[in-house]
Write a protein that binds this ligand. Structure first.
Ligand SMILES: [Zn+2]
Length: 118
């Protein structure tokens, strides 16, 4: 079990296995957030709040919701609004530092793949 949390500790992430690859995407939203994404099936990730639930931001025709801590503002994960999509992204920046240090960083050219608009 790997645990991570936002900076203030309000939102906790639990995943079953450490990611071996994390994705550095250059699309407009990922550049703004500075996230590194580890992809999982939603069933293998637990996200708990010790208080208020996460706030969300949606773009890309509202297919993905980007969740952030309501207190410290750290982006914790994204979730697909379509429950049939068996995929979500956890911000690996919130996991223990040695996980990102040892994972392979995959550069993804999201800027050429997605055309985000609000
Ligand atoms: Zn926080």
């Amino acid at each position: 079990m790997i645990e991570g949390s936002c900076h203030c500790g309000l939102i906790c992430l639990e995943i079953e296995t450490a990611p071996t690859t994390v994705t550095d995407c250059n699309c407009s939203i990922c550049r703004c957030y500075g996230t590194l994404w580890a992809y999982y099936s939603p069933g293998s990730v637990r996200i708990r709040s010790k208080g208020e639930e996460t706030h969300t931001y949606m773009c890309n025709d509202h297919m993905l919701a980007f969740h952030r801590c309501p207190n410290c503002g750290c982006v914790t994960h994204w979730a697909a609004t379509d429950p049939a999509l068996d995929r979500m992204g956890v911000n690996a920046r919130l996991l223990p530092a040695e996980i990102v240090e040892t994972a392979t960083i995959r550069r993804f050219d999201g800027a050429s793949t997605f055309s985000y608009r609000d």
